[in-house]
Design a protein around this ligand. Structure first.
Ligand code: NAI
Ligand code: MG
Length: 356
């Protein structure tokens, strides 16, 4: 009754950073006596598409749906296959079919990572963005009339359901409740978007009653983005609708450094389906095959996965090992101004876990 993880390296640097992620996960599993089996899958890649004419086998759900989680690299190779075919034919299907309605992204300033926010020290910025991943502004309700004429009318509706809003809020409050600071911030815009956003606020108010220990506040999205840059130390858990969350979950990691280190969890909190953990970056065809990609985003995604699966100490130990290693210039990859290759950085992080 150990953990079974479905591993999908995918395309480009996914093939290079996933092995380092597995190296570190194996080291953590050994140290914390976690029994993990990794099953490798070659689909969701250009190579698979070239052979089979599809991104996924028809029984992909049976193949990976019973695993405890999916550990994903990256997909996409724009020179060979259009992004809407590769991403919509794999990753986006996983997210939708496995009802991964939470997108979770840590925003944490690590040592050795040049932050565009001048003067900030590691430890000062440490929070999470929780994005609603299935409804809201990204609906397909709408249409175009009188197309191409001067009377053209275009509309697209925001769809919020009680179930959809409440479940993301419950996840966020519960998540905040399990942190030390027990604080939640909600992103709104009820002064301008006068129907859906007041509803969102109402549900925040209502759901908050189930979490009396969590203090919460709300900001309009415009000033909230300013606070991300000016006062990031203020935040602990930030919850947002699909569109606002999309923006915040890129802005947050951008404030704390390079795309090479940021991880992301696509989570199905009920556990009915596996959740998927991946780096934020894509397949980076411009540097693929050179062994120079930064493996930290992939490794950190592994830490999130262990935390999600009930091993928070092992997850925290991986994050500390990342911090240890990034503090040493010799192990930084090129995107961080260093000269280390992918494997050197990955081995150093695994080494910290093995030595402890
Ligand atoms: P990208 O994230 O792959 O690369 C953007 C830039 O960041 C490139 O210059 C790349 O070299 C650099 N970079 C990315 N990750 C890095 C790492 N770990 N270490 C050092 N440098 C790194 O985004 P891009 O170029 O827009 O997309 C390439 C392909 O990846 C496309 O097909 C795109 O659709 C796909 N993609 C897939 C994602 C996923 O699988 N979740 C997410 C984003 C893009
Ligand atoms: Mg985005």
């Amino acid at each position: 009754n150990g953990l079974r993880i479905a591993v999908i390296p995918g395309d480009g640097i996914g093939q290079e950073v996933v092995p380092e992620g597995l190296r570190v996960l194996r080291a953590a599993a050994k140290r914390f006596s976690i029994d993990i089996t990794f099953d490798m899958f070659d689909f969701s890649s250009w190579d698979y598409f070239e052979k089979h004419g599809t991104m996924l086998p028809s029984d992909w759900k049976e193949q990976i749906g019973g695993h405890d989680a999916i550990y994903f690299g990256a997909v996409g190779w724009p020179e060979k296959i259009a992004d809407h075919v590769s991403l919509w034919g794999s990753l986006l299907l996983f997210r939708r079919e496995f009802d991964q309605y939470v997108n979770l992204r840590p925003v944490k300033l690590m040592p050795g990572v040049p932050s565009p926010l001048a003067g900030r020290k590691p430890g000062e910025i440490d929070f999470y963005v929780v994005r609603e991943n299935t409804e809201g502004e990204y609906s397909s309700v709408g249409g175009r009339m009188f197309a191409g004429t001067e009377r053209e009318i275009v509309m697209q509706e925001t769809v919020m359901t009680r179930v959809g809003v409440d479940r993301i809020l419950h996840f966020a409050f519960d998540f905040a409740n399990r942190t030390k600071r027990k604080h939640l911030t909600s992103a709104t815009k009820s002064n301008g978007i006068a129907i859906t956003m007041p509803y969102w606020d109402e549900r925040v108010e209502e759901v908050s009653k189930s979490y009396p220990e969590v203090a919460w506040d709300k900001y309009h999205i415009d000033i909230l983005t300013a606070h991300f840059v000016l006062n990031p130390q203020r935040f602990n858990v930030v919850v947002a609708s699909n569109l606002f969350g999309d923006i915040l979950s890129d802005l947050g990691p951008a404030c704390t450094g390079t795309i090479g280190i940021a991880p992301s969890g696509n989570i199905n909190p009920t556990g009915e389906f596996p959740s998927l953990f991946e780096p934020v970056h894509g397949s980076a065809p411009d540097i693929a095959g050179q062994g120079i990609a930064n493996p930290v985003g992939q490794i950190w995604a592994g830490a999130m996965m262990l935390e999600h699966l009930g091993y928070p100490e092992a997850g925290a130990a991986i994050v500390r090992a990342i911090e240890d290693v990034l503090a040493q210039p010799a192990f930084r990859t090129r995107d961080l101004g260093g000269e280390a290759d992918t494997e050197t950085c990955g081995k150093a992080i695994a080494g910290v876990l093995e030595a402890a």
